[in-house]
Design a protein around this ligand. Structure first.
Ligand code: 0O2
Length: 271
C-alpha cells in the first residue's frame, strides 16, 4: 500500500494526441513554473519510459525544458489520483442518496459539488502557510486539494450523511471541524471532515485525502456570497461590513433552525 504519491504508478501512456494540446503546456507555463523549479527532487521518481516524447514541431513553438515536461507530467498523474478519490466519494454519496430516497421518500442530499484545487491556489496556500512549494509538501500539508461540498436540506441531514459516510469501512477520518456548533468569527457555518479514501490503480493502491464540507442550503447561500464578497481579501473589508455579514449569518442560522422545526412538526403529523 502506498501513501499518495510518492511511489508513482507506472500509468498507461495515453495516446500522445491527448498530451500535445497547446493549452496543456500553457496552463503549466502559467501556474507551474514554481513547481518546476522547486520540486525537482521528486521528478526523479518518474519512470522516463512512460513519458511521451515531444514532437519537434511543438517543442520548437513552446520552449519547454525536459525537466519542466517531466514535472508537468508528474503533476498530471497526481491530480488524476485526486480526481479518482473525488469520484469514489461522489459515488458513495450518490448511493446513499438513492437508498434513502427509496426507503424514506425524501432526499437528505440536495446537491454535491466537487473541485480540484487549482495549481495557482495550491501554490498560494503553501506560501501562505510557509510550507515549501513541492509535490511532497502539497501532498503532506494540504488536506483540500480534492474537495467535495455536500449541500443538505436540513441541519440534521448534515449529521446523518456525515455519520453514514464515516461508517463505511474504507473511509478513514483524519480530522473534523464542527463549524455549525462553533461557527467561525466571520459567521461561517459548515461541518468539515477530512477523510482518506483508497484509490486502486492497475498496480498500486493509494490512500488519498479529501476534504468534505457539509452544509445546509442556507449556509451554502451565505458562504458562497460571502466568499465572493471578501473571503480571499478580508483585510480590505471594513469592520462595519464584517459585522453586517456576521449578523446576516446569524439570521440565516435562525431561519435554518425554524425550517427544521417546521419539517419535524409536519413529519410528526404524517406519522
Ligand atoms: P476555497 O477557495 O474555498 O478552497 P486548512 O488549510 O483548510 O486545513 P483551515 O484554513 O483552518 O485549514 O481550514 P478550514 O477553515 O477548516 O476550511 C477552509 C475552507 O473552509 C476554505 O477553503 C473555505 O472553503 C471554507 N471557509 C472557511 N472559513 C470561511 C469563511 O469565513 N467564509 C467562507 N465563505 N468560507 C470559509 P479555502 O482553501 O480557504 O478556500
Amino acid at each position: 500500500m502506498h501513501q499518495l504519491p510518492l511511489e508513482l504508478p507506472t500509468l498507461p501512456v495515453l495516446p500522445s494526441k491527448t498530451y500535445h494540446k497547446k493549452f496543456y503546456y500553457l496552463s503549466f507555463v502559467t501556474f507551474f513554473s514554481k513547481f518546476c523549479f522547486m520540486s525537482m527532487e521528486t521528478s526523479e521518481t518518474i519512470d522516463n519510459s512512460t513519458l511521451p516524447s515531444l514532437p519537434e514541431k511543438e517543442s520548437a513553438l513552446l520552449p519547454i525544458t525536459n525537466d519542466f515536461y517531466k514535472t508537468a507530467f508528474q503533476f498530471q498523474q497526481i491530480m488524476m489520483i485526486y480526481e479518482s478519490a473525488i469520484k469514489q466519494i461522489e459515488t458513495k454519496l450518490s448511493i446513499l442518496s438513492k437508498e434513502i430516497n427509496v426507503s424514506k421518500k425524501r432526499n437528505p442530499i440536495q446537491n454535491v459539488k466537487t473541485r480540484i484545487k487549482t495549481p495557482e491556489s495550491i501554490v498560494q496556500k503553501l506560501e501562505k502557510k510557509n510550507h515549501p512549494v513541492s509535490f511532497d509538501s502539497m501532498i503532506n500539508n494540504l488536506n483540500d486539494i480534492a474537495g467535495v461540498r455536500v449541500v443538505c436540506p436540513y441541519i440534521s441531514d448534515i449529521y446523518s450523511v456525515k455519520d453514514m459516510l464515516l461508517k463505511q469501512p474504507d473511509i478513514t477520518l483524519i480530522s473534523e471541524n464542527d463549524y455549525i456548533e462553533c461557527p467561525k468569527t466571520s459567521g461561517y457555518r459548515s461541518y468539515h471532515i477530512v477523510v482518506e479514501v483508497p484509490v486502486y490503480l492497475s498496480k498500486t493502491e493509494h490512500h488519498v485525502k479529501v476534504e468534505i464540507q457539509l452544509r445546509t442550503i442556507a449556509m451554502d447561500f451565505w458562504a458562497s456570497l460571502e466568499h465572493q464578497l471578501h473571503y480571499k481579501n478580508p483585510e480590505e473589508v471594513p469592520e462595519s461590513i464584517r459585522r453586517e455579514l456576521f449578523r446576516v449569518a446569524e439570521t440565516i442560522a435562525m431561519t435554518d433552525r425554524e425550517m427544521e422545526e417546521i419539517a419535524f412538526e409536519l413529519q410528526a403529523l404524517e406519522n
